[in-house]
Design a binder for this molecule. Structure first.
Ligand SMILES: [Zn+2]
Length: 134
């Protein structure tokens, strides 16, 4: 059994690199926004976290409440989670059903943690889920 699952070593290396580059860009943007908004302490911490680059980033960003960077922060958290799955050899495996996610989906959405059918089932569940009682 291959530790990288359904991906070839080349595919995994490419996605790993793309994820890392995206994280660097996001952290830089977050740092810039925080610095502009006078949040110097967090701006400095985020800058340092970019170098450290592990779960401590997620812990740090939990405290960042700036609405302007909220989406970036959420994406960084997804990236940190994806890097954790890469490190533990579970990247590319659906967290719900254990199916292989496959390179095409990961290429389009490198932080995907579910296979397409589980993701669709989840979104459908949200849309047609519990309705407010009358
Ligand atoms: Zn699945």
């Amino acid at each position: 059994m291959s530790p990288v699952g359904p991906l070839t070593a080349e595919e995994l290396a490419e996605l790993t690199e793309r994820i890392a580059a995206r994280k660097v860009r996001l952290l830089e943007e977050i740092r810039r926004v925080l610095a502009r908004s006078g949040n110097e302490r967090y701006a400095t911490l985020v800058g340092e976290a970019g170098d450290a680059g592990d779960a401590s980033v997620a812990a740090l960003l939990r405290d960042v409440a700036e609405a302007e960077v909220r989406r970036d922060v959420l994406e960084v958290r997804d990236i940190v989670a994806a890097q954790g799955r890469i490190a533990s050899g579970r990247y590319g495996v659906c967290i719900d059903c254990g199916a292989t996610i496959g390179y095409p989906r990961l290429a389009a959405y490198p932080t995907a943690k579910r296979c397409l059918s589980c993701q669709q089932a989840r979104e459908k569940g949200g849309r047609y889920g519990p309705q407010p009682s009358l």
